[in-house]
Design a protein around this ligand. Structure first.
Ligand code: FAD
Length: 318
């Protein structure tokens, strides 16, 4: 980075749809912004969408990667400063400074958190060891891989049951393991999964460890009521137990809800003046590409109007 001494109008942290949209809008409104993304590629969770995307107005793509390329092309054309492999590690809410992993500091008048969400993990023994060695990243791309194999899917919502429907078409045996008493997925998925002859649904059970040498051989599951345990022989595991916000950077700085999501008003303003949050990290109700992109536009407009009322070096929020 060669931007240490520059003061930006906005530092946007997170290069998913929300951050990319914000970057485009900032340039359009004449704001001097930099967008930083910790991964090597922009796009955020778009990279985890392997199916066609049919619900973004005017831009249907074969998958999320294609959509992220279209968004990135546009952001590049806008001319906003874009940086990948650039992780924000600390934010100073008073000086509005963002510290990067390489110890560079970015100084700005506004900070925008667009850090998105990540899949929740089980937090059990073996989970890190078998990442990519038996733990599946995606159900839809693993239909052939699991042919004739035994698969366990953890979770009881749409993501778990939709994958159960998909994978049960080729897997020899499939377990759905859910710690709750009832499945919360759409009935269309539950109906198919519960009547498939090769699917066993284990309600009121949780996975306590993932075992094997080299690749997954079994999981231990515990009955949450009577605490009895048993081992299930499996070849693959898919974990779909929801998501959690990437909130580490702002925890303790801005107000969050009970689940750690950033609390914002309709202008994407957080509880601290000059700090904003957009996209999924601020939106547990409707986490979609459309709303993330919309937030990016809102926040750029709000920063622009706030900078117009800048007095004596500090923001006056309208
Ligand atoms: C399987 C799947 C299917 C989906 N299907 C659809 C669909 O059909 N239609 C739809 O509208 N939505 C869909 N979504 C949701 C959609 O992907 C999200 O709503 C959207 O990606 C949110 O964008 P975002 O920019 O808020 O966050 P994200 O896309 O999560 O991007 C956040 C970015 O911030 C980066 N980041 C985090 N911390 C830091 C840091 N400290 N420093 C720098 N960078 C950081 C992350 O690396 C990431 O790139 C789907 C999601 C998934 C997982």
């Amino acid at each position: 980075m060669t931007v240490t001494n520059q003061e930006f109008d906005a530092v946007i942290i997170g290069g998913g749809p929300a951050g990319l949209s914000c970057a485009i809008w900032c340039k359009d409104l004449g704001l001097d912004a930099v967008l930083i993304e910790k991964n090597a590629d922009f796009g955020g969770n778009l990279h985890n969408i392997y199916n066609p995307i049919d619900n973004y107005p005017g831009l249907a793509t074969a998958n999320g990667r294609e959509m992220s390329e279209r968004f990135l092309d546009h952001a590049k054309r806008s001319g906003t400063l874009l940086r990948t492999s650039c992780c924000a590690v600390r934010v100073d809410p008073v000086s509005k400074t963002v510290e990067l992993g390489d110890k560079t500091n970015l100084s700005s008048r506004a900070i925008v958190f667009a850090t998105g969400v990540r899949r929740r993990k089980l937090g059990v023994e073996g989970e890190e060891d078998f990442e990519g060695r038996g733990i599946l990243r995606s159900g839809s791309t693993s239909v052939d891989l699991v042919a004739g194999k035994t698969v366990a899917i953890v979770g009881g919502g749409d993501a778990a049951l939709e994958n159960a429907v998909m994978l049960s078409k080729t897997a020899a045996k499939l377990y759905v393991i859910h710690r709750g008493d009832r499945l919360s997925a759409r009935s269309q998925f539950i109906d198919i999964a519960t009547t498939a002859p090769n699917v066993t649904i284990l309600l009121g059970h949780k996975v306590t460890s993932i075992n094997g040498s080299g690749s997954i051989e079994s999981i231990d599951v515990e009955n949450v009521r009577d605490k009895t345990s048993r081992s299930l022989s499996i070849d693959h595991l898919l974990i779909r137990i929801g998501v959690e916000p990437n909130a580490e950077l702002f925890r303790g700085i801005i107000k969050t809800d009970n689940n750690g999501y950033a609390e914002v008003n309709s202008r994407c303003e957080t509880s601290v003046a000059g700090i904003y949050a957009i996209g999924d990290v601020a939106d547990p109700i409707a986490p979609t590409i459309s709303s993330a992109v919309g937030h990016g536009a809102i926040v750029a407009k709000v920063i622009r109007s706030s900078s117009r009322s800048l007095q004596n070096g500090s923001f006056v929020l309208r």
